[in-house]
Write a protein that binds this ligand. Sequence first.
Ligand code: HEC
Length: 257
Amino acid sequence: MSIFSFHYRLERHALRFVIAIICVAAVGGMVEIAPLFTIGETVEAAPDMRLYTPLEVAGRNIYIREGCYACHSQMIRTLRDEVERYGPYSLAVESKYDHPMLWGSKRTGPDLARVGGKYSDEWHVAHLNNPRDVVSVSVMPAYRFLKRTALRTDDLGRHLATLRKVGVPYTDAMIEHATKDAIAQATPGTDDAGLQERYGGATQIRAFDGNTGEVTEMDALVAYLQILGHLTDAAAKEQAAWEKAGAAGAIPTAAGE
Ligand code: HEC
């Protein structure tokens, strides 16, 4: 009996066919679900992982609103060409606090997982204002309005509270001071002691859009772009460990080769 005649007969018995479908679909389900039981071992530990500040959360929301993820991924794969171009491949733990994750599935533009610190703030402002001013052949749209649009900050506490509901460990103090912290991060010279105490001394505090007067959407988006890849140095450490092991098959980075 060939497999085809077997199938032919199976199809004619509704109940048996339904049971067969369930069995076959269950295999697919197991393959997808089983790895989740080992997630504790799969996700690396990163004790130094820091949280997005309220200003960076606002920037991330703008990134989502403007659909930047439709052209940019935020996940460096383990392939050699990616690691050479973008840096150490992305670790699961680096997306731990990303709700929703922005790994993306399309790269009209480059991956942005480690773009933080690659360019100056001025470069980002000029680029977002009109990409053609800095990259003559760019097909990226211009986002001129960001610079002249005041950032809405009064609802940031609620954004943080919502993120806490899905597992991001924001404290009551962080939620309470969210609006103040967002303004302080983009306005150097204001009282930012509380901000640094809550989010760490390495928090970047400056007028990201080059204008200290008003906190704009440009401030928020650039603050977000500049922190990408710098929430934890777990990936850099893993890369260093690989290289130290002198490993045959160690993946070289652009800097380390
Ligand atoms: C239509 C697709 C498209 C959209 C939408 C888009 N980009 Fe781009 N982006 C590109 C392309 C193409 C490049 C490469 C050319 C260039 O640098 O302008 C690029 C480059 C970049 C770079 C420089 C990356 C590097 O490593 O050189 C950054 C940063 C960036 N985009 C941020 C954004 C942000 C933020 C948004 C949303 C506000 C956005 N992009 C929306 C296509 C897009």
